[in-house]
Design a binder for this molecule. Structure first.
Ligand code: TXA
Ligand code: MG
Length: 349
C-alpha cells in the first residue's frame, strides 16, 4: 500500500485541507492523526472491518481494545450507557476535551471488535485541533490506538509513525510534535469511585479534586501476577520497548553514577537526565548516552521519553540502563511507561 503523507499546520488550517483524510475515514480506510497526547491510528469506529485493519497494521493482539474518539462528552451517550454515572459531569467539565479516557458500558452500535470482546468501551474527546477537525469532517467517531507497531514506544511525531507504519496505512497526517508526549489517563468509573487503569497527564492529584475515592490499579507500577486478570488488557503486554532490553537503575545517587559509568565503558547505552550528561559523558561514550529531559521537569521528561527510547534503535548497544524518576504527579505516568519499557527489570543499588 502507498501511504500518503500530508502536512497540516495545527495553528492555521482549514477544513478543506482535511476533506481527503475525512473521506478516507468515512470510506473505511486508515489515517494516522495527531492528538495532544501521541499520534493515533484512526478508523471509523462504527465500521468493524475498518477497525480490524487497525489490528492488522499494528500487529496488535485482538483482545486489546481501542479508544473511541468523539468531539464532546455529550456524544458519549450515543456509544455508552452513561446512566447513573455520578462523576462524569464533573470530570467532563474539568478535563474534557483533553487527555482523559473513560471506560463505560458499551451500547450495541460499538462492535466487540473495537472493544476486544469486552462489554465496555473507552471514550475520549481529544483537544488537538487537527484530531477534532478530522472527527468533524469525517462525521464519524474515530477508533484510534497509538500509531506504533504493537510493543514499540508510542509515536510523538509523524516521523515515528512513518518508521512504524509507512506502507501499512492509507494516510499519515504530519502536524509536528505532540504536546504531552504520553498517552491519555485511562479510568473506569464504579459508582462514586474512580479506578485508575493507566496514568497520564491528568494525574491522581487532579482526579482527587473530583473525589477522594481514587483507586490506583496495582498494575500501574507492578507487573501482573501469574493468572491475574488485567483490568485494562493493554497492561498485560510488553510495551514501549526499544529493540534491546532495558534495565532501570535506582538507589543512592553516587552508586548509581559509578554503576552507569561502568556500564557505559562496557559498551551499553544509558538513558539519563539532561543534568547527568556532563557527569557521565566521555569522548568514547557520549554517543551512547541519551537524555530524556531535565531531572526536575516532569513535563520535559513526558515529552521526550518515547523519542529517547526510539533513538537507541539507531545506536548499536547490547543493553540500555535507565535512570528512574519521581512517582508522584506526572511522574507516575512516566514511571509507568519506563517500567514497562524495562519489563520491570530493576536494579536497586
Ligand atoms: O492518548 C491516548 O490514549 C492515545 C491517543 C491516540 O488517543 N491512544 C492510546 O490508545 O493510547 P492505545 O490503544 O494505545 O491504548 C488504549 C489503552 C489500552 O491499554 C487498552 O487496553 C485500554 O486503553 N482500553 C481500551 N478500552 C478498554 C476497555 N474497554 N476496558 C479497559 N481498558 C481499555
Ligand atoms: Mg498504545
Amino acid at each position: 500500500m502507498k501511504t500518503k503523507i500530508c502536512t497540516i499546520d495545527p495553528s492555521r488550517f482549514c477544513d478543506e485541507q482535511l476533506q481527503e483524510a475525512g473521506k478516507l475515514i468515512a470510506g473505511g480506510k486508515l489515517v494516522a492523526m495527531p492528538t495532544e497526547t501521541v499520534y493515533g491510528l484512526g478508523a471509523n469506529a462504527l465500521d468493524p472491518d475498518a477497525c480490524l485493519k487497525i489490528f492488522e497494521a499494528k500487529m496488535r493482539p485482538a483482545d486489546n481494545p481501542l479508544i473511541v474518539h468523539v468531539l464532546s462528552p455529550a456524544d458519549f451517550e450515543k456509544y455508552a450507557d452513561v446512566s447513573g454515572q455520578v462523576l462524569l459531569e464533573e470530570l467532563s467539565r474539568r478535563f474534557m476535551p483533553g487527555p482523559l479516557t473513560v471506560i463505560l458500558p458499551k451500547k450495541d452500535v460499538i462492535s466487540p471488535f473495537v472493544t476486544g470482546g469486552l462489554d465496555t468501551v473507552a471514550l475520549r474527546c481529544p483537544s488537538h485541533p487537527v484530531a477534532r477537525a478530522l472527527i468533524r469532517v469525517s462525521g464519524k467517531p474515530i477508533a484510534a490506538p497509538s500509531a506504533n507497531r504493537s510493543g514499540r514506544p508510542s509515536p510523538t511525531s509523524a516521523q515515528h509513525v512513518i518508521e512504524d507504519m509507512n506502507g501499512r496505512v492509507d494516510m499519515i497526517i504530519d502536524s509536528g510534535a505532540c504536546e504531552v508526549g504520553l498517552e491519555s489517563t485511562v479510568i473506569a468509573l464504579k459508582g462514586d469511585e474512580i479506578h485508575l487503569l493507566r496514568p497520564g497527564f491528568v494525574t491522581v492529584e487532579d482526579l482527587k479534586e473530583v473525589t477522594d475515592k481514587v483507586i490506583v490499579s496495582s498494575a500501574v507500577l507492578s507487573s501482573l501476577k501469574e493468572g491475574e486478570k488485567a483490568a485494562s488488557p493493554g497492561m498485560k503486554y510488553r510495551h514501549y520497548a526499544p529493540e534491546v532490553p532495558v534495565t532501570m537503575v535506582e538507589g543512592e545517587e553516587e552508586k548509581v553514577f559509578a554503576f552507569l559509568k561502568e556500564k557505559l565503558l562496557e559498551g551499553n547505552g544509558v538513558l539519563c537526565f539532561e543534568e547527568d550528561l556532563p557527569l557521565l559523558s566521555s569522548f568514547e561514550t557520549k554517543n551512547r548516552l541519551i537524555s530524556f529531559g531535565s531531572k526536575n521537569d516532569l513535563l520535559s521528561q513526558a515529552g521526550k521519553l518515547f523519542d529517547s527510547l526510539r533513538k537507541f534503535d539507531s545506536i548499536p548497544v547490547p543493553r540500555i540502563f535507565a535512570r528512574s524518576t519521581k512517582r508522584d504527579e506526572l511522574g507516575l505516568a512516566i514511571s509507568n511507561r519506563l517500567l514497562r519499557a524495562c519489563a520491570f527489570d530493576i536494579i536497586t543499588l
